[in-house]
Ligand binder design. Structure first.
Ligand code: NAG
Ligand code: NAG
Ligand code: NAG
Ligand code: NAG
Ligand code: NAG
Ligand code: NAG
Length: 417
């Protein structure tokens, strides 16, 4: 009897452990830290450094099943001698991150002797067509050969296993950088990017058309080199809003458009790990036109005092520019507060310069795009499809207070019609 009781509670405890580890899997970062793993091996210091400055280290840490194909400093120097831009180096290195677990044993026992492994390059959507896969082939004499699928050769070889944490992370050394014409192709420099075209082509045509040719568009462009993040309301969210936008004063329109941009580059992982009050391009002095970035589980939300928008997808994430789609236009309290007509907006600073004023409880992240990586606290999900799926569950949870202010905000907004 006692034993049965004990085993029943053991089973219950087991289920609890299973349940909590499932929770951990979905909500917490994994234990591994690629920076720390590689720090023990000076021969990989250059590779490690570039994982940090490209922000790939954070992406690796937040994945659950991953293989990193490291190269030594001599091989990295060959890559660096090509003088590629940092975003191209990021593409090349992301081809060295396989989205599956390949320990030394699995590499030598590949079913049918050859396999194509999906990589982070392919997963982030930067890879054109079907490139972004790595061909792994078992060769005579126990050798394992690697090559980028688009290069059509297998000129890198497995050297040794560096660190294996079974089924979580495997770090292996390969003999040289995987050459890939696609990954090494130059990415357009910030100045050549046409923001409104990029947004139009990815479901934000109404917002892009509204922005096009305005003072706000110039401010966006002025900030591109130093880092820019744009939150563009999707067409579904924005087309119904156009009437209300058109009713704003000229100044109000500019402020509204600038409110949808931040004067720093923020990858999704950085947004997830830098919650708090943040300045927008419309910010003009303390606490004006600020937005609170807040995680709701895996979901990143943007809170104004009036409403809460969810990030539903990534249009582009290419340092120094990130553009995300959101499911609602952001309503600043400076424009949409009590009253029947939009409040007159204070003019935003002419050039949208970064405000240097700090909010006392904000966490101004201002990450220097050229050093220290992010410290991810969560699993990333740069996959647009996944995010769009997330956004479909419609499950934004409101505290009752916030719900009330949203309802009031909606009522005010609709009374403007
Ligand atoms: C692998 O990751 C899981 C959760 O993601 C963790 O529970 C487990 O302890 C990790 N395994 C090792 C050997 O660290
Ligand atoms: C990973 O390790 C490095 C070096 O030890 C440390 O600076 C960094 O904060 C760690 N990152 C995380 C996410 O713990
Ligand atoms: C291995 O080859 C067989 C026969 O060609 C094929 O049916 C099978 O799908 C292959 N397995 C893998 C994992 O590619
Ligand atoms: C990998 O490349 C080799 C040599 O080009 C080729 O024979 C093999 O079919 C490729 N493997 C896969 C899975 O495409
Ligand atoms: C972006 O492209 C559109 C048309 O393709 C053009 O009208 C617009 O002037 C361009 N914007 C900039 C800032 O070059
Ligand atoms: C715009 O303002 C006018 C005049 O105040 C008002 O009649 C109209 O309903 C407003 N339209 C919207 C969409 O708010």
């Amino acid at each position: 009897m006692e034993r049965r009781h004990a085993s029943a509670s053991a089973a219950a405890a087991g289920r609890l452990v299973l349940l909590s580890s499932l929770l951990l899997l979905t909500t917490a970062a994994n234990g591994h830290n690629i920076t720390r793993i590689l720090a023990k091996f000076p021969e990989f210091s250059t590779f490690n450094h570039y994982l940090t400055i490209t922000h790939l280290a954070g992406e690796i840490n937040s994945r659950e099943t991953i293989t990193v194909c490291a190269v030594d400093n001599a091989a990295m120097n060959t890559l660096l001698a090509k003088h590629l831009s940092i975003s191209v180096i990021k593409n090349v290195l992301s081809l060295h991150i396989l989205l599956d677990y390949f320990g030394a044993k699995k590499l030598h026992q590949i079913t049918n002797g050859t396999a194509l492994a999906a990589t982070m390059y392919q997963a982030t959507g930067s890879a054109p067509g079907s490139s972004g896969f790595v061909n792994i082939t078992d060769m005579k004499g126990g050798k394992v050969a690697f090559g980028a699928e688009d290069a059509g050769n297998l000129d890198a070889a497995f050297v040794k296993s560096v660190k294996e944490i079974p089924y979580n992370i495997s770090v292996i050394q390969i003999s040289k950088i995987l050459s890939s014409p696609d990954a090494e192709a130059p990415t357009p420099g910030p100045a050549e990017m046409n923001l409104t075209n990029i947004m139009s082509r990815h479901g934000c045509k109404f917002f892009a058309d509204t922005l096009s040719g305005t003072e706000a568009e110039k401010t966006y462009m002025d900030n591109l080199d130093g880092g820019l993040t744009i939150f563009c309301p999707s067409d579904d969210a924005f087309k119904g809003f156009l009437g209300k936008y058109k009713n704003l004063t000229a100044e109000g329109k500019t402020s509204f458009l600038l409110y949808h941009g931040m004067p720093i580059y923020q990858s999704l992982i950085m947004l997830k790990s830098n919650n708090g009050l943040m300045n927008t391009l419309a910010t003009d002095g303390a606490k004006k036109y600020a937005i609170t970035v807040q995680n709701d589980g895996e979901q990143v939300t943007l809170e104004t005092k009036i409403n809460t928008a969810k990030i539903t997808g990534t249009i582009i994430d290419q340092q120094p520019l990130a553009i995300y789609t959101i499911d609602e236009a952001l309503l600043p309290k400076e424009l949409y507060k009590a009253g029947l007509s939009p409040a007159p907006a204070p003019a935003p600073e002419a050039k949208g310069k970064k405000s240097s004023k700090k909010h006392h409880h904000g966490s101004p992240p201002a990450p220097d795009t050229s050093d220290s990586g992010p410290s991810p606290a969560d699993s990333p999900d740069d996959d647009v499809a996944d995010q769009e799926a997330d956004s479909n569950d419609g499950g934004s949870r409101f505290e009752s207070g916030r719900l009330v202010s949203v309802v009031i905000g909606l009522w005010l907004a609709s009374s403007l019609l």
